[in-house]
Ligand binder design. Structure first.
Ligand SMILES: N[C@@H](CCC(=O)N[C@@H](CS)C(=O)NCC(=O)O)C(=O)O
Length: 205
C-alpha cells in the first residue's frame, strides 16, 4: 500500500486528490507546519532529509516531487489510461508531460516570490515587478491553453490538472485571480470533483 506523508497546508493535498482520482489505497500520515516559520518540522525531516511534502512510500521506494509522483501513481493505477495518455502517440504523451512539468517548473517560482514579498509587507523594486509580470505571463498562458475547454488538455480531466489547479489555487490565495474569471471557474470545476472533496475531508483541510 502507498503511504503519503502530507504536510498541512500545501500542495500534498493535491496528491491526496490524485490518489483519490486514481482509486488507490493509501495510508495518510499528516504533519503540521511550525506556526512561527510555516516550515515543516523535525517529524517530516525524519521521513526525508528535505523535509518537504509530498513524499510517498511504496514498499522500498520513496519518492518526492509532485509531478513525478503523479506519473508513478498513474502508471501504476490508471491502467485504462483515463487520467493519462499512453505512449502510443508520442506527441500527445509529450504534450501531457510538458503541462505536467510546467506548473512546478515555471509557474510556481514567481508565485513563491509574490508570497514572500507579500509576507514581508513591502514591495521590492526588482522582485515585485518581476513576479507580477511573470504571473501575468503564465496565467495568461494557462487561460489561452484552457480556451473553451473544461481542463488543461481538453474536456477530459488529466494528471496535468493536479499541478495546474495547485498553482491557480495558490494564485487565488495570493489575491492574483481577480482578472481571471476563466481561472476562477477552472479552479471551482476542479475543486467540485468528488475526488477532490473526499481529499479535503480525509486530509482534514
Ligand atoms: N517541487 C516539490 C516542492 C515540494 C515543496 O516545497 N513542498 C512544500 C509544501 S507546499 C513543503 O514541504 N514546504 C515545507 C518546507 O519547505 O519547510 C514538489 O513538487 O513536490
Amino acid at each position: 500500500m502507498i503511504t503519503l506523508h502530507h504536510l498541512r497546508i500545501g500542495r500534498s493535498l493535491f496528491t491526496v486528490w490524485l490518489l483519490e482520482e486514481a482509486g488507490a489505497e493509501y495510508d495518510l500520515k499528516v504533519y503540521l507546519r511550525d506556526p512561527e516559520t510555516m516550515r515543516s518540522q523535525a517529524d517530516l525531516k525524519a521521513v526525508h532529509p528535505l523535509g518537504k511534502s509530498p513524499v510517498i512510500e511504496d514498499g522500498d521506494l520513496m519518492l518526492t516531487e509532485s509531478g513525478v509522483i503523479t506519473n508513478y501513481i498513474l502508471e501504476k493505477f490508471d491502467s485504462d489510461f483515463v487520467l493519462h495518455p499512453s505512449k502510443d502517440d508520442l506527441a500527445v504523451w509529450a504534450k501531457y508531460q510538458q503541462w505536467l512539468a510546467y506548473s512546478e517548473g515555471s509557474v510556481f517560482a514567481p508565485l513563491l516570490l509574490k508570497m514572500l514579498t507579500l509576507r514581508s509587507g513591502i514591495d521590492h523594486p526588482v522582485i515585485t515587478p518581476f513576479s507580477d509580470a511573470e504571473i501575468k505571463l503564465h496565467f495568461g498562458h494557462i487561460v489561452s491553453q484552457l480556451g473553451e475547454n473544461d481542463y488543461i488538455l481538453g474536456n477530459n480531466f488529466s494528471g496535468a490538472d493536479f499541478g495546474i489547479c495547485y498553482v491557480v489555487s495558490m494564485g487565488e490565495r495570493l489575491g492574483q485571480l481577480a482578472d481571471y474569471p476563466v481561472l476562477q471557474a477552472y479552479m471551482q470545476r476542479c475543486m467540485s470533483r468528488p475526488a477532490f472533496l473526499r481529499a479535503v475531508e480525509k486530509a482534514v483541510e
